[in-house]
Design a protein around this ligand. Structure first.
Ligand code: ATP
Ligand code: MG
Length: 309
């Protein structure tokens, strides 16, 4: 993933930084040499936008403040976790451009692994689909009798391979990961992923939130050679958060953040057929506002802080 992608229409131009990449949600920049900025060449500026994706589409509507929520929540989690991470700084004093302060981090530039490192403590989503068919998730055998939303006996590492934009990520086995990155790195990715999940699951549970599963991404810091936690962590975009008070195995749990978006897109009101191959329509204002409220609520419940806007 080194080429620019199609979602950079709203990537801001930032003095001293050159835009190098846009994913579905984030825009990446590298420092421009000789611009008078003191950043070493081995950092990147990771800017979270207000873009939102659903059903593998980036929607034409944005969610106000979403980029700030994702960034502030990630920064909070990076501080809670005992796993080495990529953050160098996030303030104007650290060199973040004024236009994006609050939704950007200066980070160690990592060589990212092409593996989405997923840990699951509960059964749902693509895991449930495989379990119903084979009794396994990523070929890990699980006990019988589990239903949608069941808690697993212990958290499992269920990696997936990064898909091209618009494609669905594909679950792979641990064996596949060893084939991609080697035995040592695979073991380290698995252990670190499960460590992140276990720490975060405990912290979230204290706040009445179930962390059903989460996806993290790691890379190698080329300077130190260390496997380092990158990207965003433990946000509503990368994780399934459920309200512990209403958790009830045996049915689909409402997703904390995108439920209003998904419900509206699949309702007759939207006039959209998700299998039509057509772009989804713009979201109505009330769906945008309620979704914004859910992102802010996730931030406030997890961190115990006010999200002042
Ligand atoms: P993809 O991950 O395939 O690009 P995406 O839509 O998930 O798709 P975003 O999350 O919007 O992408 O963009 C973030 C991108 O930045 C990801 O490709 C991620 O792997 C990469 N990234 C995150 N942290 C770093 C880092 N420290 N150094 C280099 N790349 C990073
Ligand atoms: Mg991503």
């Amino acid at each position: 993933a080194s080429a620019k992608r199609g979602y950079d229409a709203d990537a801001p131009q930032l003095e001293g930084w050159k835009h190098i990449y846009s994913g579905k949600v984030r825009d990446l920049y590298e420092p421009i040499d000789g611009s008078g900025f003191s950043h070493p060449a081995d950092v990147v500026l990771v800017v979270a936008s207000d873009r939102i994706s659903a059903y593998d589409y980036v929607l034409s509507s944005t969610i106000p403040d979403k980029g700030r929520v994702l960034t502030q929540l990630s920064l909070w989690w990076f501080e809670q976790l005992n796993v080495p991470n990529h953050v160098v700084g996030s303030t104007a004093d650290d060199g973040v451009p004024a236009e994006v302060v609050g939704r950007a981090m200066i980070c160690r530039r990592l060589e990212m692994y092409p593996v989405e490192c997923i840990a699951r403590g509960y059964l749902t989503g693509s895991g449930l689909v495989e379990y119903r068919e084979h009794g396994t998730v990523c070929e890990i055998p699980l006990p019988g009798g589990l239903v949608d939303g069941s808690r697993l006996p212990e958290a499992i590492f269920t990696p997936s391979a990064k898909a091209e934009i618009g494609e669905h990520d594909e679950n792979i086995t641990y064996e596949d990961v060893t084939g991609m990155v080697g035995d040592d790195a695979a073991a380290r990715l698995r252990d670190l992923t499960l460590e992140v999940y276990r720490e975060a699951e405990r912290i979230a549970r204290e706040r009445g939130i179930i962390l059903a599963d989460t996806k993290v991404e790691f890379g190698v810091d080329p300077v130190t050679g260390d496997i380092t936690l990158g990207d965003e962590v433990l946000t509503p975009d990368s994780s399934r958060f459920w309200d512990a008070a209403t958790w009830e195995p045996g049915k689909a749990q409402p997703s904390f953040d995108k439920q209003f978006v998904r419900d509206w897109l699949t309702s007759s009101a939207s006039g959209w057929d998700r299998h039509s191959g057509e772009e989804p329509p713009a979201l109505p204002a009330d769906v945008v506002e309620r979704t914004r409220e859910r992102y802010v609520e996730a931030y406030e419940r997890l961190t115990g802080r006010n999200f002042d806007s």
